[in-house]
Write a protein that binds this ligand. Structure first.
Ligand SMILES: NC(=O)c1ccc[n+]([C@@H]2O[C@H](COP(=O)([O-])OP(=O)(O)OC[C@H]3O[C@@H](n4cnc5c(N)ncnc54)[C@H](OP(=O)(O)O)[C@@H]3O)[C@@H](O)[C@H]2O)c1
Length: 322
């Protein structure tokens, strides 16, 4: 089968379309014929050898894909060959991928393959930050950094559906209207404006109850200055660099909380994992949550897609079509 392979870590150019053996299903696993493959920012880190999971060279990137079940290993009961599914899998930049049975999600009829490929990682990350790490309630105010991005645009919608007031940040004015269309009450260009000052202005000096921050170094410390009393900052990425250590004493004055989030923690909790999937599909069915597929690329152009994501021009989810 065709797959993207890289033989050394490095920039997007190390990824090449290659021929590799089709994976074989094994107990507890599902083999999927991919129709659409989700690109995640983490794939950049994986390609560079800087992700939690290290590549075993030569390796294939990819954590997510939607398609049709080709084969099911013993011990997996909830899906059958021929079913439309999406999954958090491994080596998904390929024509076929393997996913552990508990990470395979049947797709409702109203979700197409590209939307399905955009669903699991970004939606469950956004959902669980707001409902598992934090307990979001109507009337709270949420600041979503890089709000036009994959996780960001989903977080804006889930927060809005919860009855929160939503403020987004973006790096260029061209993304502002889009984030408003997806429900944000206000959007700040955090390159040309001081986002903490603007946030305090927008909240009459009170600050926000929750900040979702995957930018890191340029935003974390400043974010603490625009949290409301008992406010909570969730750090879930480092697109802009690893943040400096937080001075815990700086949390005292307003009883603040800083926490980390990674989706793997929830993936290992079946009830929570199921809750996130059911609630998110419910929101999609009600028209309150839409997957924004910003751009699709042929599988062979994975390097081009990574360059586009790193350029900060992309909005929503980038998807590869095998
Ligand atoms: N912890 C978890 O379980 C988990 C799960 C999924 C994703 N994440 C993290 O969440 C973030 C979003 O992931 P995604 O896949 O949805 O990607 P994405 O948001 O579509 O793309 C990343 C965004 O980060 C912003 N950004 C800020 N500084 C940047 C920099 N120096 N270089 C490039 N981009 C920069 C850009 O938006 P602006 O230019 O508008 O700022 C860019 O669009 C990533 O940091 C990712 O690692 C974490």
């Amino acid at each position: 089968m065709k797959a993207i392979l890289f033989e050394q870590v490095g920039g997007p150019e190390v990824m090449k379309l290659s021929d590799v053996p089709k994976p074989e299903v094994r107990p507890g696993w599902v083999l999927i014929k991919n129709h659409a493959i989700g690109i995640n920012f983490a794939d950049n880190f994986f390609r560079q050898g800087q992700y939690l999971i290290k590549p075993k060279l030569p390796d294939t990137p990819g954590l997510e894909a939607a398609g049709v079940v080709e084969a099911v290993g013993p011990g997996v009961d909830h899906v059958k060959p021929g079913m439309r599914v999406t999954a958090i899998g491994m080596k998904t930049y390929a024509e076929y991928c393997l996913a552990s049975g508990n990470q395979v999600i049947p797709l409702p009829d109203f979700v197409n393959f590209a939307e399905g490929a955009a669903f699991p990682i970004q939606t469950l990350t956004a959902y669980h930050m707001m409902y598992t790490s934090h307990q979001l309630t109507p009337g709270q105010t949420v600041l979503v950094h890089s709000a036009a991005g994959g996780v960001g645009i989903v977080a804006v919608q889930i927060a809005k559906a919860a009855g929160a007031r939503v403020i987004g940040t973006v790096s260029s004015d061209s993304k502002i209207n889009l984030v408003k269309e997806y429900g944000a009450d206000a959007v700040i260009n955090y390159v040309t404006q001081d986002f903490a000052e603007e946030t305090l202005k927008l909240t009459d000096g009170k600050g926000v109850d929750l900040i979702l921050d995957a930018v890191g170094k340029p935003t974390l410390e400043k974010g603490l200055t625009c949290l409301a009393p008992f406010g909570h900052l969730v750090l879930y990425g480092r697109a802009g660099g690893v943040p400096d250590p937080v001075n815990l004493m700086s949390l005292f004055q307003k009883s603040l909380k800083v926490s980390g989030f990674v989706l793997y923690t929830v993936s290992a909790m079946p009830d929570k994992h199921r809750e996130g999937i059911e609630k998110s599909f419910q929101l999609m069915g009600q028209g309150k949550l839409k997957m924004l597929v910003g751009k699709t690329f042929p599988l062979a152009e994975a390097a081009e897609a990574h360059r586009y994501m790193e350029s900060r021009q992309s909005v929503g989810k980038l998807v590869l079509i095998p």
